[in-house]
Ligand binder design. Sequence first.
Ligand SMILES: Nc1ncnc2c1ncn2[C@@H]1O[C@H](COP(=O)(O)OP(=O)(O)O)[C@@H](O)[C@H]1O
Ligand SMILES: [Mg+2]
Length: 333
Amino acid sequence: MHETRTPLLEVEDLAVEFDTPRGPLRAVRGVSFQVGECETLAIVGESGSGKSVTAHTLMGLTPLLARVAGGRVAIEGRDVVGLPDRAWQKLRGERIAMIFQDPLSALNPSLTVGYQIAEMFRRHRGTGRAEARRRAAELMAQVGIPDAERRLNDHPHRFSGGMRQRVMIAMALALDPILLIADEPTTALDVTVQAQILRLLRRRQQADRLGMILISHDLGVVARAADRVAVMYAGRIVETGTVAEVYQRPAHPYTIGLMRAVPTVRDGDAPLEAIEGHPPDLAAPPTGCAFHPRCPFARDVCREEDPQPRDLGPRRASACHFAEEMIAHARTR
Ligand SMILES: Nc1ncnc2c1ncn2[C@@H]1O[C@H](COP(=O)(O)OP(=O)(O)O)[C@@H](O)[C@H]1O
Ligand SMILES: [Mg+2]
């Protein structure tokens, strides 16, 4: 018999709104997913689709002028939306941690890397100065930073992009969190370094049984690194399933478009096509399905009715009126 465990992370019908001079802008809407132990969920989508706003919200770091307008986030079964700052300061780092898209802006430029990592132990664990430094060096060595002892004394700008990302990973893992969010962790890196960082994350995940959210706009990265995928468009998860399900039988035209635009997953030598047009202005979203203005399959109902995510199987869903047809279409290609 299967043991039913509380997932590490549950997100239900999450909505996040920005107050803008033009009125409320819903950057995230109706977003639901779960992440279990040792599992990697990838969130993919074009720039502006709501990936980072979602990630920051899960960390209790709702951006300025934004607020959770609805829904539920639970970490290990505990509701966390609206927790007081003090409670968040304990959760953040100790249970849930994040690797930010831009390590240079996430690290303090005027403090040595060793100081910043040691500070995690000092602040959260009350560890003494010498011991905290020793553990910082140990962590840096564990994430593959050569000559860690000496590099403790360097400031962030002295590290290469890849090494700086390793510093971020060391900091994120310092307090043994159970959940790790990596927001485009390899976007700024060249392909070789990208692969090294993803391998490092995978290894640490297996060793510590971490649940992980890997955010990327690159379906190729996701195919190699994730178990499950959630495709985001205009603030909504338009399709979700295992990597194999979503890649072999995409159930949303946006996913089909994204896959055609990726050289590593497109079939044979079909031409590389980007999806035409732009994501909608979320302050004035289109009627019906947010994707309909760019959708080659759109029909009247798509302009009129906003399709809600529909289950197509266990943990498999699409928010397309014609999900079944999309799967059939992908099959015959
Ligand atoms: N500071 C802000 N003020 C108003 N709207 C914002 C702000 N930051 C983000 N948004 C809105 O939220 C959307 C999602 O942003 P984001 O989550 O950063 O996208 P992604 O990480 O997928 O590229 C943007 O398209 C924009 O409409
Ligand atoms: Mg982002």
